[in-house]
Write a protein that binds this ligand. Sequence first.
Ligand SMILES: [Zn+2]
Length: 78
Amino acid sequence: MRRLSSVLASIVVLSAFALPQSAPPKAPPVGGITVYAVEKGKAYHKKNCTLKSGSKGMTLAAAKKKGYKPCKVCKPPK
Ligand SMILES: [Zn+2]
């Protein structure tokens, strides 16, 4: 369960950042967008993409850092 704990820890951290006092609610920073990438795949996907099965969510910044490319089907943000 160590992995789950670290996921929960990052959710707690993200939640702390997700409670702005004055920022507009529908404009997350680009690096904070969640995309989905299969561990051994090469592309990252949007939440509703049919090709993302077996993928895990991560921030767009993290996906790019790992070398994932935007999916050609769902066209996630770059
Ligand atoms: Zn896709």
